[in-house]
Design a protein around this ligand. Sequence first.
Ligand SMILES: C[C@H](O)CC(=O)SCCNC(=O)CCNC(=O)[C@H](O)C(C)(C)COP(=O)(O)OP(=O)(O)OC[C@H]1O[C@@H](n2cnc3c(N)ncnc32)[C@H](O)[C@@H]1OP(=O)(O)O
Length: 723
Amino acid sequence: MAGARVSMEVGNDGVALITLSNPPVNALAVPIIAGLKEKYDEAMRRNDVKAIVITGENGRFSGGFDINVFEKVHKTGDLSVLPDVSVDLIVNTIEDARKPSVAAIQGLALGGGLELAMGCHVRISAPKAQLGLPELSLGIIPGFGGTQRLPRLVGLQKAVEMMLSSKPITSEEGMKLGLINAVVSPQELIKVSRMWALDIADGRKPLVRSLHMTDNLGSLSEAHKFLMIAREKAKQTARNMPQHHACLDVIEEGIIHGGYSGVIKEAKVFKELVLTDTSRGLVHAFFAQRLTSKVPGVSDVGLKPRRIKKVAVIGGGLMGSGIATALLLSNTQVVLKEVSAEFLAKGIKTIEGNIRGLVTRGKLVKDKGEKALSLLKGVLDYSEFKDADMVIEAVVENVSLKQTIFSDLEKACPPHCILATNTSTIDLNVVGERTNSQERIIGAHFFSPAHIMPLLEIVRTKKTSAQVILDLIAVGKAIKKVPVVVGNCTGFAVNRAFFPYSQSAHLLANLGIDIFRIDRVISDFGMPMGPFQLQDLAGYGVALAVAKEFQAAFSDRIFNSPLVELLVKNGRNGKNNGKGYYIYEKGSQPKPDPSVLPVIKESQKLTNIMPDGKPVSVSDEEILGMILFPVVNEACRVLDEGVVVRASDLDVASVLGMSFPSYRGGIIFWADTVGPSHIYNSLKKWSILYGNFFKPSQFLEERATKGLLLSTPASSSASRSRL
Ligand SMILES: C[C@H](O)CC(=O)SCCNC(=O)CCNC(=O)[C@H](O)C(C)(C)COP(=O)(O)OP(=O)(O)OC[C@H]1O[C@@H](n2cnc3c(N)ncnc32)[C@H](O)[C@@H]1OP(=O)(O)O
């Protein structure tokens, strides 16, 4: 890895300062690990070295083992590229050395970075450093002794919580828990660490090997009981993922047979987990998410994002107030415009509710909440728009209303102001038809609730300028969203790719397959809920409106199901009125409602698509394919038309916008795991049996017949770019 190096300076005090340097996060790449070993060997040999301090360059200790190495293993299957760090470096070279080591932490010590620090005899930290073991979020477990040392330092309960949640704590909290020995100012960090190292070397302070500690572990029976509860919880929260149970097993090994046994088992299980599909999917998702803001022609042409100080939001409904909340929380001044005092008051109340709700749930400190609210101003006209840097329009989906607003905006806003719309259905070229500002018109497609859902689809037209796209990417990141740049088409990327999702569910229901079985198969796969429960939640009005949009745009591959209309006719309105496919009662889980079955029968009678009038007989695997392969098929068209920059952007969008399980890597990554030719052959078979809805797209057919993965980039001439 270019630029990765480890340096060592030996001071007159006899302390060797070892510095890790591998920008931007000092990841423990293979050359860094080799460099550390080499410097340690030198420090041990030299008589003028009494003690060692390890630190990281540029205010960061280390972001952990180099995740690129996992990607390499995933591509080659070759585990030999994983160096033996746990025993050879951390136990033998650092922890069991004759000379003491102190970790001087700043910024972050995550994963292998924290494990390296825990192998040292003392940890001194600057304030507000992030400390954590997020390995489970990559489908693996800590592999440099973290499963053993963390419980010994902070206690079993806290250690399990930190590992299973993958969430970091601050150095201040670490100090309270016993993970950190002292929190000092950044200016004093190295000085205090050197002194502490010398105090140990000269016997004034004890040398503590955390792997040998036992006093924080509690009794064996308490540990057993706690781990049993943790396993039960993991069954619910981490379905389909092996790393949570594996982590608990490895922790238990160390509690029963001692830390060193635990370290040995950890290393073995770590290597096994690296090869799982879960790790492949999660590592892919990690890099894919970081790639979305790299947009050719936008982020690589030397442009710098402009500062967006003031944003005007038009419309204080659910979306507008959610968007305003997200902006306020990132310290942006927001002007909220509504058409009447009554609507404005309602919008402001929703924003206040959003922010105070975060405070109540402990997700935001009160002062920050109040500061955010102080940045909000409600208005009824455009006078405050004269110095706005960006406007986000979030009114109802009405073409002529939006056109009027955009032509008003052109007059009310300064020429540099970005004009964004949150439309999820209307063509952006049509929205800006009555303006001469096409280059600064852009889509900012948030997902509801906008202050919580992490995806932001940035919709560009052929005329949107690169500067405006870059600015919106920067705003998206500032408000903690993951921006994905997409082209202008019905449904954009996520809603477009997933429109067949509920359609196929309806098609199966009309073929006589039990809807509750369909939902179970889909939630077993890892979606948060099945398509019917999702429809109940979103509301039938939304289902009907969305179906209409897609019917108009893609009439060649639509299944027209009368079911939702029949439900509405029968007084059902989903979760809204407590009566949908499921029964909704306060305080209990939704229960399948048998009284919906006659309505489904009526729909089956109307569509009359069951072969010989009899329900079709299919396996669970076929149900999964019949629901998700049409989604893959439409995702292929999205790729073919160049609606997304790259296949992995669609993976990220599917995970963050549709809650497709991240451990399956995203819709295209998963499809490539299943195999394009299997998907193609299945769709072809079903299209013969059940019609055009399943007909494979040209892109899928080509990939399948040529034996190519769907994620393989198309040659630029072959794809019909919308970007
Ligand atoms: C054996 C061990 O137990 C196994 C391990 O240690 S596994 C690794 C455990 N560590 C982690 O999971 C941390 C992963 N990293 C992160 O969460 C975040 O990157 C961070 C909190 C460190 C920094 O976040 P942020 O400042 O927002 O920067 P972010 O954009 O995420 O990352 C900056 C760059 O560093 C890279 N990076 C971050 N951590 C990395 C790592 N551990 N290895 C390789 N690259 C890493 C990112 O890919 C990104 O690269 P890019 O600029 O080319 O896109």
